[in-house]
Design a protein around this ligand. Structure first.
Ligand SMILES: [Zn+2]
Length: 507
């Protein structure tokens, strides 16, 4: 009997905001750090605590009745944050390379990355990893997938046989993309051919313009799908929006094509879609709602003059490296005497612990950011009552956390009088109503909901808020979408929309 094909499973997920503090080994170990068999075990669980591409990949091979031998090496990931500490990245790289060498006789590799990782010493650690894997495995099939907020280097695309990025933002297609990669691996193992091409544009949009339900990015996604449907030679056509806050020389919207025919065909397909993206670049300019207007909207919602509203505290999205501790919008709503407001999640472990020790019903002066103000997270105190406390363990119910085990650490709901704030210990974006309902808070009863999230909350709160009642508020912080206010140092310039006169020559 012939030996089963041996497919290595590798993953390293980090979205790096270069303006945020470094991401440490502890940050990875706290969220997901799995080696060897533990990867396969976790992937088989009902609510895996790992990037869902991995169970998506594994399940699809089972669905295809494809007999294989997993070679699980390392799958790790941290919440979006600053650049990874380079020593830890090197440690992971060594484990992956050593793991591949020790396994020997690998027949294919599936790699899942976020794709916007930087390290404290390297702009393109993802590319370093891709190239190292290729150097180890020789000419066997190597398929990789990334988030659509990835920043793509030539080194990444030159290293792989097929490349796939998410197609949904909010991200709800991780399992599907993992499954797609499984099908590509099978095709390549059965002798299929492929070639890849990358075209990167001097276009570095803010994340608020990269939604896939409507808008310029959605239209590009639809176009890519239509082209894949129409051209059987295309194995994949990805439109990678990028993550501007990584601030690297490889930033820029990237079109990546994988062709079953030739490199020429891949290049032509990528170029053609890139031309379309560039022609529509003006649509990537976005305006936000000023805080004063948000306060007026909250008041109108509270008095019933308009339907309830949901606000994205867009400058402080923990899902983009924000600390979850800015107070600008909260203080504005408090000062205006806003009522009917649910606000989540404010990340402040010291305040959560304080509330836990005082207990439900206790009244006290809640001191936010007591462990030290930073540039955006100012210290302030306000009278509060503890409504509820939890251990922060929950399974997501809707949107990006759906079916995933999530740990918020000790959490507390504090009633500030008219505004109820959920305080959490772990840094996560508030993208699922469960973060409120776990405290017995009813989202349907609130007239204003404020979330520290940028876009992913849309998939969680869609049942409560129609798109016209969603507002992105112009708040300061590490993820403030008004790019002109950010001191970028390494982005390729000129780049649109920062430089309105940026030019691109398809030749
Ligand atoms: Zn993303």
């Amino acid at each position: 009997m012939a030996a089963l094909p041996r497919i290595a499973l590798i993953g390293m997920h980090l979205e790096s905001n270069s303006f945020a503090p470094p991401t440490t080994e502890a940050d990875f170990r706290r969220l997901c750090y799995l080696e060897g068999e533990a990867i396969v075990v976790e992937a088989a669980k009902a609510a895996p605590a790992m990037p869902l591409e991995v169970p998506g990949f594994v399940d699809e091979l089972a669905h295809l009745s494809f007999a294989w031998e997993p070679v699980p090496i390392l799958v790790t990931g941290a919440e979006p944050g600053g650049p990874v500490e380079h020593g830890f990245f090197e440690d992971c790289l060594r484990r992956i390379v050593d793991g591949l060498k020790a396994a020997g006789g690998i027949d294919a590799v599936y790699l899942t990355n976020h794709g916007a990782m930087t390290s404290t010493a390297e702009f393109d650690p993802d590319g370093v990893l891709y190239a190292a894997i290729r150097a180890c495995i020789g000419q066997v099939p190597f398929v990789a997938s990334v988030d659509l907020h990835a920043n793509i280097s030539n080194r990444m695309i030159d290293s792989v046989d097929a490349f796939v990025s998410y197609r949904t933002n909010p991200h709800v297609d991780q399992r599907e993309r993992g499954a797609e990669c499984a099908r590509h691996v099978v095709e390549l193992l059965r002798g299929g051919r492929s070639a890849t091409a990358l075209v990167r544009l001097p276009l570095t949009p803010a994340s608020v313009t990269l939604l896939t339900a409507t808008g310029p990015y959605a239209d590009l996604m639809d176009e890519a799908e239509a082209r894949m449907d129409a051209d059987a030679r295309l194995m994949n056509l990805s439109v990678v929006g990028g993550f501007v806050f990584s601030d690297t020389p490889k930033n820029g919207v990237a079109i990546v094509a994988t062709s079953r025919e030739s490199a020429t065909h891949a290049r032509a397909a990528a170029l053609d879609l890139a031309r379309r993206a560039w022609a529509g670049r003006e649509r990537f300019v976005r305006t936000l709602t000023p805080i004063s207007e948000a306060v007026a909207l909250a008041r109108a919602a509270a008095t019933g003059e308009r339907p309830p509203v949901i606000f994205a505290d867009s400058g402080d999205n923990p899902g983009g490296g924000g600390r979850g501790n800015t107070t600008e919008l909260l203080r504005a709503l408090l000062a205006a005497g806003a009522t009917g407001v649910l606000y989540g999640n404010f990340v402040d472990p010291a305040l959560a612990a304080d509330a836990h020790s005082r207990g439900v019903g206790a009244r006290f002066d809640a001191e936010f950011n007591r462990t030290g103000s930073d540039r955006f997270g100012e210290r302030f105190a306000v009278p509060a009552r503890v409504l509820s406390v939890t251990d922060g363990r929950v399974v997501g119910q809707r949107g990006i956390y759906s079916g995933r085990s999530v740990e918020l650490g000790p959490t507390a709901a504090l009633d500030l009088g008219g505004i109820v704030v959920v305080v959490a210990s772990e840094r996560k974006q508030c993208a699922d109503p469960v973060f409120f309902t776990m405290h017995g808070l009813d989202v349907a009863q609130a007239t204003t909901v404020v979330v520290k999230s940028r876009g992913h909350f849309r998939a969680g709160f869609d049942l409560h808020f129609r798109p016209e009642n969603v507002f992105e508020i112009d708040t300061g912080g590490l993820t403030a979408p008004v790019l002109e206010r950010i001191e970028f140092r390494h982005l390729p310039r000129p780049a649109f929309p920062l430089d309105r006169s940026a030019a691109w020559d398809a030749a």
